[in-house]
Design a protein around this ligand. Structure first.
Ligand code: SF4
Ligand code: SF3
Length: 540
């Protein structure tokens, strides 16, 4: 295996024996083959000038397949094998219609069983591209597509989709098989991926807010009650809604975990009195926190950490693109309806959660809420009460060096405000950093995809202050990344012209020195250093 798609890639270069995330070589190889199969489909679509709109089912499964390969989403070899078979049958159905169209191996290879899949996978992974710069750009685009696919998948679950996202996905995947494309063409495709990332995030924002209302300032309880309970993790709000509906009146409470926390900010979920609060922290602390939670856990997406014992495994359920061998996976029917009765039944037999903290955290500062406070915010900037905003959106992760973000938040001057989204916030959202004239110093917009809200806010401020360039605003970008959703957020920001983004705690292993240089020269991308020095730099 070789994988370097996340921030925790082994030794900062890549996982070769087993993933730091726990992904084993078989799963890594099956994911590689799944991606290769998608490239073959994409080539057939592009070369055959296939009408994308007419291939609804295939489009949805392509998005789902990309999502399954995101870090910490799916560790289930059986599920990946089944998805490869499904995609091969789409591919073969498609190519059968395209007599005379010249296609390459990705669109024509055959496999019979898992063994032949693993054998094939060995020659089609990341390292199959010999030139390290071309490899770097191809992977950068691919990881952006994976992040975009995740967001498109959530929007689709609410009933929204956009043909242009599928069209770009096919074009970009097909381009990865085209050895005539050089660095310039791939850089252009990278920015184009950022553009469709904006489209995907805007679409998901529209889907979420039209279905669940606009997020509003909310205090979220982080303590517990004395009832049996289910913990729901991941990013899918439609799964949460179904779980809340099915648990209502059963005596079983529901708590959010990690990236599901922002669900509390939406009006539609507030009506459920058994929707108690948020339990625990970012994804990587789940190993301990699931022990003390005591009840079942439902993963709707990433980030799942492999459960270390059978007892815990029996309490973990997965749905959607997530999966783990030995954990019960709950499929939806053709209308997306899911039956969570097994989780509810198990919850009733287990103890109430053990309290690990008490108090409240405040969030709900997505675009509508912040724009409702625009006068106050603009006034605070004009009077100098707020001198700087720092966007600290993104992901959290295990590395000790991420304590940088806690220290950074603690040491920022009192006249600065953090704009955040994603699970990165757990490094500072319980610090009580105070407020500036009633405006909290940590404004949490929501999940990682709600970074879109931060962009909407920035563009609005640019308009209000009559600035020509979004980079003239008093906003600095100090983004923490871990997995591929942060990659699409980054590409989206670059596409929108945001410059001088600092990315940490380390730069991606998949950026070759030359590609990293392009990002530095063209976009002013930087990394992080010492907290004190960085604060001086960001506040300047
Ligand atoms: Fe390693 Fe990250 Fe890939 Fe897992 S996802 S195998 S930790 S690079
Ligand atoms: Fe976190 Fe996995 Fe990225 Fe949605 S839950 S931000 S890491």
């Amino acid at each position: 295996m070789f994988c370097y798609q996340c921030q925790e890639a082994s030794r900062g270069t890549g996982c070769e024996i087993i993933g730091v995330c726990g992904k084993n070589p078989e799963v890594a190889k099956l994911q590689d083959l799944l991606i290769y199969t998608l490239k073959g489909i994409a080539q057939a679509v592009v070369r055959g000038a296939v009408e994308v709109k007419a291939r609804q089912e295939m489009n949805h499964e392509v998005i789902n397949a990309l999502f399954m390969t995101i870090t910490n989403a799916n560790f289930d070899d059986g599920a990946l094998e089944a998805q490869i078979r499904k995609m091969l049958s789409f591919r073969d159905g498609l190519t059968a219609e395209l007599a005379g169209v010249k296609l390459s191996d990705a669109a024509t290879f055959t496999v019979t069983d898992k063994e032949s899949m693993l054998k094939k996978a060995a020659s089609v992974g990341v390292l199959a591209t010999a030139n390290e710069d071309i490899r770097s750009l191809r992977e950068l685009i691919l990881y952006g597509l994976k992040g975009m696919a995740a967001y498109a998948h959530h929007a689709l679950n609410i009933g929204l989709e956009e043909e242009s996202l599928y069209v770009h996905t096919y074009e970009a995947l097909a381009a990865m098989l085209d050895n005539t494309l050089g660095a310039d063409e791939l850089v252009a495709l990278t920015l184009k991926t950022g553009e469709v990332g904006v489209t995907a995030m805007a679409m998901l924002d529209k889907a979420n807010t039209s279905r669940f209302g606009n997020p509003e300032i909310t205090e979220v309880n982080i303590g517990v009650r004395n009832n049996p309970a289910i913990l729901i993790s991941g990013h899918d709000l439609t799964d949460l809604m179904q779980l809340l509906e099915q648990t209502e009146g059963t005596g079983v409470d529901v708590y959010t975990h990690s990236e599901m926390l922002p669900a509390h900010y939406y009006p539609a979920f507030k009506k459920f009195t058994h929707f108690v609060g948020n339990y625990g922290n970012a994804w990587w602390k789940q190993v301990e926190e699931f022990e003390s939670f005591r009840g079942p856990v439902l993963f709707t997406t990433n980030c799942l950490v492999p459960p270390r014992n059978e007892a815990l495994k029996s309490r973990i359920f997965t749905t959607g693109a997530s999966g783990f061998p030995g954990c019960t996976h709950i499929e939806g029917d053709e209308n997306g309806k899911k039956d969570f009765s097994a989780i509810i039944a198990l919850a009733k037999t287990l103890e109430a959660p053990q309290e690990i903290e008490t108090g409240k955290i405040v969030g709900g500062f997505a675009h509508a809420q912040v724009l409702a406070l625009a006068d106050q915010v603009v006034e605070a900037v004009k009077t100098g009460a707020i001198k700087k905003f720092v966007v600290m959106a993104g992901c959290d992760g295990r590395m000790n060096s991420r304590s940088y973000y806690t220290e950074f938040a603690q040491n920022m001057p009192q006249d600065s405000v953090i704009l955040t989204a994603g699970c990165a916030k757990y490094r500072y959202n319980k610090l009580n950093l105070g407020d500036i004239g009633g405006i909290p110093r940590v404004l949490d917009a929501g999940q990682c995809n709600d970074s879109y809200s931060l962009v909407v806010i920035a563009l609005k401020l640019k308009e209000v202050f009559g600035l020509a360039d979004v980079n003239d605003l008093p906003i600095a970008y100090n983004i923490a990344w871990y997995e591929q959703k942060a990659v699409i957020v980054l590409l989206a920001l670059l596409y929108l012209g945001v410059k001088n983004i600092h990315l940490g705690p380390t730069l991606p292993a998949f950026l070759s020195p030359n590609v990293a240089n392009v990002l530095v020269e063209k976009f002013g991308i930087g990394t992080i250093g010492e907290v004190d020095e960085d604060i001086k730099l960001f506040m300047a």
